[in-house]
Design a protein around this ligand. Structure first.
Ligand SMILES: Nc1ncnc2c1ncn2[C@@H]1O[C@H](COP(=O)(O)OP(=O)(O)OP(=O)(O)O)[C@@H](O)[C@H]1O
Ligand SMILES: [Mg+2]
Length: 1003
């Protein structure tokens, strides 16, 4: 069984976030990438003991571990082989590890976190995990986090998986994700699949060292990957310094602990273990004098090792006759001296090398060191050797590192703060000059740059953009740091704030984005800057159109805004007004915006104003013209912010569906969804899922519609954004037709909230939901209350189910005998027939609506005939139903039966059970008994669960908590709670224990 420790590929995961051009630039990345796979655990040298690896770069090997006369500390190479001193104490811990490895060997996975203060022995214990795993036939993968790689997404996770030999996961496929948004979701999904596939062949132990320095992407991935899945043979073992790392680290550990991860919290070694370590080191029985000195290490093995080395260095260890005696009772110099003093004992050249090394990345090439010192690498040979001999630096593959991180930290502390900062800043410059990507030096820059450092600001900004697609959170932090470094009066402030806001929003840190915007906006800003910020502040999915409009209007009131920015605000305003809902003609803003777009030639403005004009065209009855307009927009080459392009395509699909070209609409949706999926573009996927829901409902494919819509996250708050309202309205239609009363009730409640919105579009959707629900339960009065109220029937934007709503409103007007609604309906259908040549579907709907209002059986039969092959089966069925009703009133029973049977069959085909049942009742009155043969979704039992509910329940049954499920399925905890609640109700159970029982029974 192979046990790997994929070594120091410092730049392991950078490929995917570099621009293609950049990756080809020769620089330190290439020089420094080490792609070796280290030997198995037994040969895995303990990095802290200085006995490491073959000597690279021509440095002489001898002396690396020689510790002076008489005594050979256990770190020495015996006959050329590395000997790791045995692990001492830690029996309890080893037992736990042994049990977990045994369990994973038998197919049960888990999570183990080894936590403790610096130097307490976490890494040493991890080395044991490797060895035990190998013995048990468990394949171990190793990844390590570094302080300077925190901005490199998935650094340690990729090191463990993609860099393993053979790799786990497809590095090439993941690299392709480089340019896409929402990388994280797909990486996690793909990696999960790869890990599962590997684990199905051989049990896995995935070891991640020092996760207190892990990048955010790795941490987030850990939360879902390591969420306890006892059925998969994967054991995750993580080490972390107690209290170290940022909030994301703490959150991850807390989450893992909640998920029942096993924690080993290492504390001081017992005196007897200490005695053993001493004995191992001196290879003799330790005398009381030595043990009492060893007490000074307070059971910390790192300090203990240092102490022994120090005594040896100072010539105070006397080993003879199998006994080791220490002379004197003071601490050896190595411990009592400050790092400053230790460095002073080195030659000038070596001390300089060590000090400079302390401001370099955790592992660095000799080339970088030489560049920092403005020397040639060959000139450093003896200085580096001396530092290695002094046990401060060690060779790690082809690079160098400090023997222990604590030594590096101490060295860094010994530098005057101002100098340290300047040196760190210099190291960033040197690395950038050597071709490093900005994100590789981002940590250094963030820490070392001073206010007003334009180079640092530019590099941090660039780093932020380059990690934005995979780690918007880290990108936001970099961008925020760039802001901190920038003077408040810097003319570049506005754009940087706007950029940061976009990143924060993408990281769903909306409140921070808001705060940043309001503090920035409260200061005096150049109008252009203010307008730039207001352009990017509200997000399409999270803010109401009212809010969008406010921002646009405020920006447009500003004097001295550039033509392009003004044109964009005008275009967004026009678009937002169209989404807000306007009836009919008021397209002045859109026309103005289109003129401004044309005069500036700005693409974003042209697209958005074009879409807005199309929305008005369509609501004014000119759907053909609208379609043509939006089709033309597709020809514009995408550039810059993709939001406008996505929206243009979405509106095209919508309009195709509105005019009845369902197949074209569906093909467009499928193509775009596939593309978004290939590109792993989460934002686009979101919009297309909604659009797909609309097209599927229109096409009468209710299950498919439901699946697409339930894929979308449930909004946490009912703020009634346009997106939320569409989702609500479409799901309500599915629920009402398929007779899913639970879902309908949920949507009715949402609609009641949404109905108080000031947006006519949202109010129209809400009223339609409430009217439909009332109609389905035969409450004509209530239906009239909602549909006959002040809502306009043709409000922008027109969506496919507006046509269904017209005929529904006509039924209600007719049943209630309401003249007002009747008149408004007649006006509305007149609009639908305005265009010449007209849209055939619109003409038919007009005929259908008038047929209902005028109780004209023949007109209804005619409408049904025209709709029969329209691609809108539900519209056909309702025309046939209405025709059947009128025919039977006219005692034309034979013809009535024909229409009603056709309606019944079509409803059944579309799974519109509630509608079929209603037609069934009419048929019964005519003496025909029709049974609903196609089983609707069962109301209870396993078959009654929706796909989403089933997914959630499966994970819950595996022992996952709601939170873990939410993370894994990318849902909000609230949604998961709802699914669990509904599923439990359908399964007739009330607890997880009962679920487990039920599952056992189901096996
Ligand atoms: N149980 C043990 N028996 C013998 N030696 C040990 C033991 N634990 C740790 N050591 C030695 O002590 C030194 C420090 O241990 P280690 O590097 O594992 O600490 P750590 O907790 O990983 O520290 P850090 O937080 O700095 O990474 C190493 O040289 C290691 O080999
Ligand atoms: Mg360690």
């Amino acid at each position: 069984m192979s046990v790997e420790r994929a070594a120091s590929a410092n730049y392991v995961s950078l490929d995917h976030c570099r621009t293609p051009g950049r990756a080809n630039v020769p620089g330190p990345s290439q020089q420094m990438v080490v792609r070796t796979t280290r030997a198995a655990a037994a040969a895995q040298p303990d990095k802290h003991n200085g006995a490491v690896h073959k000597p690279p770069l021509g440095f002489r090997q001898s002396g690396t571990t020689d510790s002076g006369a008489g005594v050979r500390l256990s770190t020495a190479r015996a006959s050329g082989k590395v000997r790791i001193p045995p692990i001492r104490g830690r029996t309890g811990e080893l037992k736990v590890i042994g049990a977990l490895i045994a369990a994973v060997a038998q197919g049960r996975g888990g999570v183990l976190v080894i936590e403790g203060p610096p130097g307490i022995g976490k890494s040493r214990l991890l080395t044991e995990v490797l060895a035990i795993a190998e013995k048990a036939g468990v394949r171990a993968l190793f990844g390590e986090a570094f302080e300077y790689q925190q901005t490199v997404p998935f650094f340690s996770l990729f090191m463990a998986t993609l860099r393993a030999d053979p790799p786990v996961g497809d590095a090439e496929a993941l690299r392709r994700l480089g340019t896409s948004a929402d990388l994280r979701y797909w990486v996690v999904r793909d990696l999960q699949a790869a890990i599962d596939a590997t684990a199905s062949q051989v049990p896995l132990a995935i070891l991640l060292e020092d996760i207190h320095w892990a990048d955010n992407a790795t941490l987030l991935a850990l939360r879902s990957l390591a969420a306890t899945r006892p059925d998969a043979p994967v054991l995750w073992v993580l080490t972390a310094r107690t209290g170290a790392g940022g909030p994301a680290v703490r959150e991850t550990l807390t989450a893992l602990e909640r998920e029942d991860a096993r924690f080993l919290r290492l504390t001081a070694m017992t005196p007897s273990a200490v005695a053993d370590v001493v004995q191992d080191a001196v290879r003799a029985n330790a005398d009381a004098s030595l043990l009492s000195l060893a007490d000074n290490a307070h059971g910390n093995p790192f300090l203990l090792t240092e102490l022994l080395r120090g005594l040896d260095e100072d010539g105070r260890l006397d080993v003879s006759g199998g006994r080791a005696v220490a002379t004197g009772d003071t601490l050896p110099r190595r411990l009592s001296d400050t790092m400053q003093q230790r460095l002073d004992q080195l030659s000038d050249a070596a001390s300089q090398v060590v000090r400079v090394a302390a401001v370099l990345p955790d592992r660095f090439s000799a080339g970088l060191l030489a560049a920092m010192l403005e020397r040639r690498p060959a000139a450093l040979v003896s200085a580096v050797e001396e530092a290695v001999r002094a046990n401060l630096l060690v060779e790690d593959g082809e690079r160098l590192r400090f023997r222990h991180d604590l030594l590096r930290e101490a060295t860094r502390q010994s530098l005057p703060q101002s100098l340290r900062r300047a040196m760190e800043r210099q190291s960033a410059t040197v690395m950038l000059d050597m071709g490093a990507a900005p994100e590789e030096v981002a940590t250094q820059l963030a820490r070392s740059a001073e206010m007003g450092d334009q180079v640092a600001i530019a590099a941090l900004r660039q780093a932020a953009q380059s990690v934005a697609n995979s780690d918007p959170g880290a990108a936001s932090d970099l961008s925020k740091r760039a802001l901190e470094l920038q003077s408040p009066h810097d003319p570049g402030r506005g754009p940087l704030v706007a950029e940061t806001i976009v990143l924060l929003n993408r990281a769903t840190r909306y409140e921070e984005a808001q705060r940043l915007a309001s503090t920035t906006l409260s200061a005096t800003l150049a109008p252009e800057e203010e307008a730039g910020i207001r352009l990017r502040l509200p997000t399409v999915t999270t803010e109401t159109t009212t809010r969008h409009i406010e921002e646009n209007r405020r920006a447009l009131e500003l004097p001295d805004v550039s033509d392009v920015t003004r044109a964009r605000h005008q275009a967004w305003l026009a678009y937002n007004l169209a989404m807000y809902g306007q009836h009919g003609h008021d397209s002045a803003a859109a026309n103005e915006a289109a003129a401004a777009a044309a005069s500036t030639g700005d693409l974003e403005s042209s697209i958005l104003s074009g879409v807005a004009l199309a929305c008005f065209d369509c609501a004014n009855g000119y759907a053909g013209r609208a379609l043509h307009r939006v089709e033309q927009l597709q020809a514009l080459t995408p550039a810059g912010d993709m939001t406008a392009h996505h929206l243009a395509a979405v509106h095209l699909a919508n309009l195709l569906a509105v005019v009845g070209r369902l197949e074209d609409a569906a093909a467009l949706v499928t193509g775009r969804r596939e593309k978004a999926q290939q590109e792993r573009d989460g934002m686009a996927l979101h919009i297309w899922a909604l659009t797909s829901g609309g097209v599927e409902v229109a096409a009468g494919r209710l299950s498919a519609a439901r699946a697409a819509l339930e894929w979308l996250p449930t909004p946490d708050r009912t703020g009634s954004t346009f997106v939320d309202a569409r989702r609500m309205s479409l799901l309500a239609e599915v629920a009402a037709r398929t007779d899913d009363r639970t879902l309908l009730l949920e949507k009715v409640n949402e609609a009641r909230d949404a109905h108080s919105s000031d947006s006519p579009a949202v109010r129209r959707d809400a009223a339609a939901v409430l009217g439909l629900a009332a109609w389905q339960r035969d409450d004509v009065h209530e239906a009239l209350r909602w549909l006959g109220g002040d809502i306009s029937l043709l409000v922008t934007p027109i969506v496919p189910n507006v046509l269904d709503q017209l005929t529904l409103a006509a039924r209600v007007a007719s049943a209630a005998g309401d003249a007002g609604l009747r008149a408004r309906l007649l006006d509305a259908v007149a609009v639908l027939e305005r265009e010449r040549p007209g849209i055939p579907l619109f003409a038919t709907i007009a005929q259908h609506t008038r047929g209902i209002l005028e109780r004209d059986a023949d007109a209804l039969v005619g409408a049904a005939e025209l709709l029969h092959s329209s691609g809108r089966p539900l519209l056909f069925a309702s025309a046939a139903e209405d025709a059947g009703g009128e025919l039977s009133r006219a005692q034309r029973n034979g013809e009535a039966l024909e229409q009603l049977n056709a309606a019944f069959d079509t409803y059944i085909e579309c799974e519109a059970i509630a509608d079929a049942r209603r037609v069934g009742r009419t048929l019964r009155r005519l003496g025909v008994e029709r049974r609903i043969v196609a089983q609707p979704r069962a109301k209870t039992g396993w078959d009654s669960l929706t796909d989403s509910e089933l997914k959630v329940i499966n994970l819950i049954a595996e022992g996952a908590t709601n939170r873990a499920v939410a993370t894994q399925l990318h849902l909000s905890p609230h949604t998961v709670k709802n699914h669990v609640h509904n599923a439990f109700a359908k399964l007739g159970i009330a607890s997880r224990a009962q679920l487990a029982q039920l599952m056992r029974g189901a096996d």
